[in-house]
Design a protein around this ligand. Sequence first.
Ligand code: NDP
Length: 434
Amino acid sequence: KKRNPHESEFHQAVKEVFDSLVPVLAKNPHYIKQAILERIVEPERVISFRVPWVDDQGNVQVNRGFRVQFNSAIGPYKGGLRFHPSVNASIIKFLGFEQIYKNSLTGQPIGGGKGGADFDPKGKSDAEIMRFTQSFMSELSKYIGPDIDVPAGDIGVGAREIGYMFGQYKKMRGGFEAGVLTGKGLGYGGSLARTEATGYGTVYFVEEMLKDQNLSFKGSTVVVSGSGNVSIYAIEKAMQLGAKVLACSDSTGYVYDKNGIDLSTVKRLKEVENKRISEYVNEHPEAHYVEGCSGIWTIPCDIALPCATQNEIDAHSAELLVSNGVKAIGEGANMPSTLEAVEIFLKNKVLFAPAKAANAGGVSVSALEMAQNSARLAWTFEEVDAKLHDIMKNIYNESMKAAQEYGAPGNLVVGANIAGFVKVADAMIAQGII
Ligand code: NDP
């Protein structure tokens, strides 16, 4: 905390992981001798840069860009780019730190990184988005590459932004290096099922967790926060598995539809028309719109899937979910539950799927996109989806196994942290003090 003052999100993410590692260090004193914790908590490289651009009125705007190259022990840095006004060093470092363990859990050869900018894409014209992303990539292109660091999307960065950034990278480098970014369009090196991967993966993971307790999505009620990339495909897969999704949200409020959310309306509003979720009720008068997004956790449900942003479930919301009888939580977003909220879920025996395991499907398919780019091949949707499903089952099993082995049976927070950590720590030791 002394070395990184004012980085509360980063402290939170580190505390959660390090608390889980106590039994691992007790069993493996060489990790202490090798100062693995001191090394792993320090990013290998932090890049912060000016992003100047010109808006449609001709005014010069300046944003701050970041790339945190956290850990490359098991592969090139890999992790998304976030464009949101709240972005700062703490947010990017917490996301990059989480990414180390998540990427390790996928079983793919990818290290941990994250980046972004404090740019607000809301209300910007297409031309402004293009000018901003081009300026951002002009600088970022100096530090990334298919075998160095491979960014992808995150909040505020979807296929359009990735496309503009890919174009600018190509122009700066003078060659078609398909593997430098993932989440690309299907016509120029993107992978089928990447769009669906994080949301589908979260539901596949929760399905495994439910199965172990003889529960399932079939006939369950589900609440999903957000209505972005992760949320939409979590809703889609939960519905395919027979659940009724009662509500979803955006940063201004939530919609509750007792008949079940109509996904085609949400997709059109969000993916095509770029509108607010409040517009949903214009087409579905039986549904309610409520201003303020945290109220979504007052809705009784069997399964809650927070898929919007960090710390969206605090202790109060967690208590409400528990008292309304929630059986399982699946974190689609990164760190959506505060440390206190996680404690409440675990104490009340709510099945809890932590983000770094449950939302690892996105980066897993990103790694499969890199593999397809290297091989100059394109797999079918079914092939990629089947691999994703296997990866999520494997992450669940590995996390459960580690939890059991280190004296916390059934605790997936502990299990995922340990399973992700051990592989990275061993690779760091094998590579010497660097
Ligand atoms: P999107 O930008 O597509 O969607 C984000 C959604 O969350 C929107 O509905 C947005 O509402 C809402 N939201 C964003 N910020 C806030 C906030 N501060 N308060 C309330 N609501 C908010 O992003 P993604 O779906 O890609 O990402 C969602 C989460 O999933 C993030 O935590 C991300 O890190 C994580 N994640 C994403 C992966 C991916 O593959 N995309 C992979 C792994 C994790 P509005 O439109 O009003 O801003």
